[in-house]
Design a protein around this ligand. Sequence first.
Ligand code: G3I
Length: 381
Amino acid sequence: MQKKILSVCSLLFLSFLSINCQDQREKKQKQDKETVSLESSFEDDFYVGAALNDGHIDGSDTLGLKLLRNQFNTITPENVMKWMYVHPQRDTFYFDTSDKYVALGNDNNMHVVGHALVWHSQLAEWMNQVKDSAEMATILKEHISTIVKQYKGKIDAWDVVNEALNEDGTLRESNFYNVMGDSYLELSFKEAAKADPDAQLVYNDYNLWKPEKRAGVVRLVKKLQESGAKIDGVGMQAHWSLLGPDIEDIENSIIAYSELGVKVMFTELDVTALPNPWDLNGAAVEQSYEQFEGDPTMNPYPNGMPDSIQTKLAKRYEDIFKLFLKHKDKISRVTFWGVQDGQSWLNGWPINGRTNHPLLFDREYSPKKAYDAVIDLKKKN
Ligand code: G3I
């Protein structure tokens, strides 16, 4: 009898233990769900961030801001700090919006990026009229020192020069280049370093996985270094697609840039899930794409991506982040070009009015399969 009571008691105790363990497990899983984020998952590897637009900066996009605070630890302004907005006239600087952007980052303890000091695009029109090299040098110095000093100690990294190279690695014939030759590069980096010696200074460009353009970056960085200018990083923009570039090409660039003694940053990451005009036979890049507007074959997922494409996007992001982790000692930051799909510039480019799905969060601000794939990489480690 005593034996029977004892075994019933131990059975009861064991089932209590197992229920308790299960409770603990469920509690832990729930906590993981609430605390796991891109920021926390990669905190020992590199910063993970997003580009912000007006809705984040003026506070109207409350869901976007919540996601931003939960998931990311670095920010870049998608448009508000570009020359045409910040320095619209020769003697006028406008800082109201960029002050708010910087305060948002500082208040949330984020790594704040400034984008972009010197870029031929989204430039104030008056600057394109400057044709005298001494005058241009004076303006460039004023432009850079005024803006960088405004945010000294508050902006951690600057895209000092953006997109100075052609696809073949030669220097782009922007107005800066046409008037000053390549001396505008050295001047820009030196002026930025003078204005805030502690800020990281970055050369930022797209298609930097291409071998010819890679060689151009290597020449550009070496020349800057030989001139005594400080350059801390190469920003690979990373506007990619499901089809390319090859991981190997990206890897070769990471290694080549890192060998120059600078950090590599992935500054504008997104992966288009839509067909592009240049993937079609006979559609040359320089063609106008207006003819494709409203064409349903070019906009195949207006109501959401089918599961098969979600899976492809997840696999692509998994491969990309595997590479980033492999070279985490060389990479300091990975920034997505937007917070969620609905805000991506890829809904309007290269064809207007499409529904693209290039990021990790969908239009409902919910994580996609691609988000899980990226986070899972760290769970496996
Ligand atoms: O400011 C006007 C607004 O007043 C007007 O109502 C609205 C109507 O279209 O246009 C607004 O300007 C747009 C601007 O973004 C701000 O939203 C421009 O038309 C539009 O062309 C511009 O596009 C930006 C593009 O740079 C310009 O080159 C994209 O949002 C931005 O994502 C994109 O970002 C660049 C990086 O800075 C550098 N690397 C490439 C990347 C993608 O092109």
